[in-house]
Design a protein around this ligand. Structure first.
Ligand code: GAR
Length: 228
């Protein structure tokens, strides 16, 4: 019998959630493919009522736990409890997926360039909450989502992947959110694959800004003009 191809060493990933966990589910689904360079080995939630917990257990994620922020006197104590779970699960990369707690520099620096987040807007526009309602109020024609490395400032950090969607006449915050969310589910597995495989690296540009360079990225992407 001829031996098959050597198994790819996959990076061990934790997903941190606070809610329904549809992005977490997209990551779990994508990483079922043994060719994906990451595997989801841990899901942590700061809320016991997060709907994503049941999905993670049903999907067979080996380490699923609640670390309730209210049970800890300080942010750092909360983060040290999360850190203990991450170490117990031997985690190498942390993906925030609708995790609605601000993290301290203590945690963020510990996971430097191994901590990524998805945000429902085209950063650096619309940091923070209520991104879709604010975009509609401004009358923008293109909205979208961003996966980025986390830095201590909220919704700031080198951008790994973005996707854009049109804003349609008659959109509400809910219809726009649904269109963006469908794109989130596409780009988060893609961004994680690039981080896990080492295809992206953070470099300083000539002005000293941190930016991401992606190995093998095509420079011939189509242009997106909307309304067409
Ligand atoms: C997603 O739209 C995510 O981008 C957003 O919360 C939602 C979580 O949905 N994250 C943030 O707003 C973080 N600032 P999900 O639990 O179904 O993945």
């Amino acid at each position: 019998m001829t031996p098959g191809p050597a198994p790819v060493a996959r990076r061990r990933v934790a997903v941190l959630i606070s809610g329904g966990g549809s992005n977490m589910a997209a990551l779990i689904e994508a990483t079922r493919d043994p060719a994906h360079p990451a595997e989801i080995v841990c899901v942590l939630s700061n809320r016991a009522d997060a709907g994503g917990l049941a999905k993670a257990r049903a999907a067979g994620v080996p380490h699923v736990a609640v670390v309730d922020h209210r049970a800890h006197a300080t942010r750092e104590a909360f983060e040290r409890a999360m850190q203990a779970e991450l170490e117990a699960a031997d985690v190498e990369i942390v993906a925030l997926a609708g995790f609605m707690r601000l993290l301290t520099p203590w945690f963020i620096e510990r996971w430097h360039d191994r901590l990524i987040n998805i945000h429902p807007a085209l950063l650096p526009s619309y940091k923070g909450l209520h991104t879709h309602a604010r975009a509609l109020a401004d009358g923008v024609k293109i909205a979208g989502c961003t996966v980025h490395f986390v830095r201590p400032e909220m919704d700031v950090g080198p951008i790994i992947v973005q996707a854009a969607v049109p804003v349609l006449d008659g959109d509400t915050a809910e219809t726009l959110a649904a269109r963006v969310l469908a794109r989130e589910h596409r780009i988060y597995p893609l961004a994680l694959a690039r981080v896990a495989s080492g295809a992206v690296r953070v470099v300083r540009d000539d002005d000293g800004n941190e930016v991401v360079r992606t190995e093998g990225a095509s420079s011939s992407g189509g242009e997106l003009i909307w309304p067409a």
